[in-house]
Design a protein around this ligand. Structure first.
Ligand code: ZN
Length: 171
């Protein structure tokens, strides 16, 4: 993991996936991509209050609708989801350009889309990819549910069924 904001966000993920995410990103960056590609986590843990603020946007607050998930109904609210993008140093001069959401790009020309080179190893570890969502596909999104739907997790949260000393629910 070569990107500082990514490490900071990864460190706020649920302890059940934190190290796995860090290790997997490091492995993909090292073994799959050229040195000139980095993976960035743009969103990890989003508290229930933050989620309710987003839900209000375009409904009871100004702006356009950005989410259909109320507080508690997103795996982000439990630190069990993250959103990633890719960053490329196309000139190999140490300058990484703006974040890339291009899911079809194949920078390393190996016949596999770069996006899938991130998604597939996570799917193999039991993560669900947002690009497979039927209602609103969400390509940057990966989540690991451990067999819990969000209502189970919200009930645990409301019961303060937390890992001791934390606000992360017991799985
Ligand atoms: Zn997400």
């Amino acid at each position: 993991m070569r990107d500082t904001p990514t490490l900071q966000r990864a460190n706020l993920l649920h302890p059940a996936i934190r190290q796995e995410v860090i290790d997997s990103i490091t492995k993909i960056e090292t073994n799959t991509f050229p040195q000139t590609v980095k993976i960035r986590i743009v969103q990890g843990l989003r508290t229930i209050d933050e989620q309710n603020g987003l839900f209000a946007q375009g409904r009871t607050k100004p702006g356009s609708i950005v989410t259909n998930a109320k507080g508690g109904s997103s795996y982000h609210n439990y630190g069990l989801a993250f959103d990633f993008v890719l960053m490329y140093d196309k000139d190999n001069n140490g300058t990484y350009e703006a974040l890339s959401w291009d899911v079809n790009y194949d920078f390393d020309n190996d016949g596999v889309k770069d996006w899938q080179e991130v998604v597939q190893p996570f799917k193999a570890l039991g993560y669900t990819w947002g690009g497979d969502f039927k209602s609103i596909p969400d390509s940057p999104h990966l989540e690991k549910t451990f067999g819990h739907n969000w209502r189970d997790l919200l009930a645990k949260y409301n019961n303060k069924d937390f890992i001791p000393g934390t606000s992360y629910v017991m799985l």
